[in-house]
Design a protein around this ligand. Sequence first.
Ligand SMILES: Cc1cc2nc3c(=O)[nH]c(=O)nc-3n(C[C@H](O)[C@H](O)[C@H](O)COP(=O)(O)OP(=O)(O)OC[C@H]3O[C@@H](n4cnc5c(N)ncnc54)[C@H](O)[C@@H]3O)c2cc1C
Length: 409
Amino acid sequence: MTNDGVVRILGAGLSGLAAATILAKAGKNVEVHDIREDSGARFDGDFQALENWSMDADFFDQMKAWGFDTSDFKSTEFKVVDIIHPDDTITQAKSPKVAYRIVERGTSNHTIDQGIKRQALAAGAKIHYKSKVSESDCQIIACGPKGTSAVAYGEIFHTNYPNHIAFQLNDKLAPGAYSYLIIIDGVGLICTCLWRKQRKSDRFLNETIAWYDKHYPELNRKPIKRVGGKGDFTINRNYFQDGRYYVGESGGLQDFMWGFGMRMAVWSGVLAAKDILGESNYEAEVRKQLLPYVKTSVANRWLMNRVGDRSFKLMCNRWMKDQRKRGDGLVWIGKLFRPTLVKTLIYQFVNPFMLKKDPKSMGRGVRRMPFRKALKRDDWEPSAEAMAVKEEWKEIRSSGGEVSFSESD
Ligand SMILES: Cc1cc2nc3c(=O)[nH]c(=O)nc-3n(C[C@H](O)[C@H](O)[C@H](O)COP(=O)(O)OP(=O)(O)OC[C@H]3O[C@@H](n4cnc5c(N)ncnc54)[C@H](O)[C@@H]3O)c2cc1C
């Protein structure tokens, strides 16, 4: 707390709002400052998956135990997902449990950002938008990514296709990463993630959309807008330093392998608030509860960086084989995310050379996963179908379709 008794939080995203809610509920005087015009404006309209496989606990049970009302924002549960292999085979991963929940990010009423914002305000937190304050005047730093380790681009569209999710491992369309299709109640998102930096990066999204148009011919896609963003993957020397708590992506608390960062964002915000309330020690709890998963994801990312479509195909086959054996597709993916001795050893081995010192971290000892260079195989010419998707978007854009992301964001 500052001398005036106010807890100041930099960033009204998921981690900052989670911390603000807990603190204000406990009677603290909380002020949140966000540089943008509203919570969720960083994303505005894209769907994201709240994963429910990396730990035994259901994430919504965790949120409820922390005092959040998970019915205050729209979420759609899924127990099945299309797994698209690199050779275009489509199989399904299924689970009797909730595998993940799709939430919308943004400024509409039903988004998770606005849901948690309402809870923070109801608890008594004050939120100042379009407010520029210095990091050194705040106790909780929750302002999301600073650097760029990876990017994702997507197109949102109207469709009459039923609710559906597909996850595609394909190193051409999504270099080093994956692409996905999410359809919720007549609105769809096709997104591709790039874990290698590319020239003319829009060709990856156009080619990915063309792929989905071809393999899901009833999509009947009517583009609305294009969205995207960057991910920042760092390991910090300390998570509490000089009287400040670094939470969410500002603390590098992210999934290096695939970027599932929302769960850790909310969780770390809660842990910072609990420390301020004298209930636990942030540094110790982050190291105990979150860092083992982050380190596992560093090891996974290192492995992913070494492979291509042949290994992705093997992964898909193993996943499906494991599902046949256990009758639950969640077990295999859950294991991939969980810490093991082998992953810990890989982390210790790769950490010194895979992560690079951030010279702008003001002596905080931040080490970032650099945005990797493109490989030779990333240099390809777009197909005629992808060129048609590009032209279609050009037209939509000229008649008012928005792009809510530029790489400088
Ligand atoms: C395209 C994309 C898709 C993703 N999909 C998924 C997914 O499916 N599942 C998942 O779990 N994760 C996903 N993620 C990651 C997830 O969105 C982040 O990990 C999560 O939002 C991080 O929360 P945060 O609180 O750290 O940051 P944010 O929620 O981004 O909040 C940061 C806030 O700080 C504000 N801010 C920034 N700079 C300043 C400043 N200088 N001063 C004041 N305020 C500032 C911003 O305006 C913003 O409101 C995705 C990320 C991207 C980019």
